[in-house]
Write a protein that binds this ligand. Structure first.
Ligand SMILES: C[S@@+](CC[C@H](N)C(=O)[O-])C[C@H]1O[C@@H](n2cnc3c(N)ncnc32)[C@H](O)[C@@H]1O
Ligand SMILES: CC(C)=CCC/C(C)=C/CC/C(C)=C/C(=O)O
Length: 297
């Protein structure tokens, strides 16, 4: 995803969900008593979710690091928010083999909104999130797509002779939980596997209504990884075919020339987890105490 300017202005559903979740979890996050919290956000994109909804929660002396795999997104956010104190943006692939030295074990909180469904190696990403948190403990708030109709549209478009050459690797861009029969259980297990003993995972069934075909097309343009692979004079035809498939899936309401709406029913993973301080792990996770640390009270 590299269309930073387009994404900054076409991310309604992402902003809606992030604001709701942060309002809900603001008091659950374990803020430090000295107000010197360090927070890293994974997959910050163009930055307006981080700056509009996460930043206001951080204490005045807190430090904020926005990260993204896309250098275009990082460049855009760094420029756009260059005047913000104690805030910086840097490139980070959360699925990387080894965290950059300067980030490992540095953060009290890790957040991530609408990013992890782009990461096939979810376990590796969660291991990195665990290791970004300080040894003395911290917490993470993660929200991403388990499933979304956009993935079914992609799979149909890939069968079209015209689009197939640009979409051979379509599975790479489908949420790793899209086909899961129990995404909540699957993700909970991954959190356990990487060391988060205390965690809460919800799968929320949501529906977002796109008002008008242009709104939907702009949202697709902002996130679709295949458009940048094809000549720009094919983009509108791709989007028209996208819309035709959406209509064939009965996800359209209203007439073509009037108040046309498009419904997007999706499953959102909302997960909160706490990293137990290493000294506690060393003591309490050894026999006979190992069952003491289960779940969040
Ligand atoms: C839909 S945007 C979400 C941006 C922002 N968090 C928001 O809620 O608006 C997803 C972002 O995740 C980034 N991303 C995708 N894969 C990533 C990875 N492996 N590591 C870090 N960022 C990644 C993309 O470049 C993109 O900027
Ligand atoms: C009706 C329909 C198919 C709507 C899907 C529209 C859309 C652009 C979904 C985006 C899903 C996604 C991958 C979001 C993101 O990563 O921010």
């Amino acid at each position: 995803m590299n269309q930073a300017a387009l994404y900054q202005h076409a991310n309604q559903v992402q902003r809606h969900d992030a604001k709701l979740i942060l309002d809900e979890f603001a008091s659950t996050l374990q803020w430090r008593s000295d107000g010197e919290d360090a927070l890293l956000d994974v997959g910050s994109g163009s930055g307006n979710v981080l700056m509009d909804f996460v930043r206001p929660l951080l204490p005045i002396r807190g430090e904020l690091v926005g990260t993204d795999i896309s250098s275009q997104m990082v460049h855009y956010a760094s420029k756009h928010y260059q005047r913000e104190e104690r805030t910086r943006f840097q490139v980070l692939d959360i699925g990387c083999e080894r965290l950059p030295e300067g980030l490992s074990g540095r953060f009290d909180h890790v957040t991530s909104f609408y990013c992890l469904h782009w990461v096939q190696n979810l376990k590796g990403a969660l291991e990195n999130i665990y290791n970004l948190l300080k040894p003395e403990g911290g917490d993470c708030l993660l929200a991403f797509l388990a499933s979304n109709p956009v993935y079914e549209v992609y799979k149909i478009l890939k069968t079209h002779e015209k689009w197939s050459p640009y979409m051979q690797d379509v599975e790479r861009f489908i949420s790793p939980l899209h086909h899961s029969l129990n995404p909540g259980e699957e993700f909970s297990q991954l959190l356990n596997d990487v060391g988060f003993v205390q965690h809460n995972v919800e799968i929320r069934n949501e529906v977002f209504v796109y008002e008008g075909v242009r709104t939907l097309k702009d949202n697709v343009k902002a996130i679709c990884p295949f458009l940048e692979r094809m000549p720009s004079d094919l983009h509108e035809q791709f989007l028209d075919d996208f819309i035709e498939i959406v209509i064939s899936m009965n996800l359209q309401q209203g007439d073509k020339n009037e108040d046309q709406k498009f419904l997007s029913p999706y499953k959102l993973v909302v997960a909160y987890a706490r990293k137990t301080p290493e000294f506690v792990n060393n003591v309490l996770l050894e026999p006979p105490h190992q069952n003491l640390l289960k779940g969040i009270n």
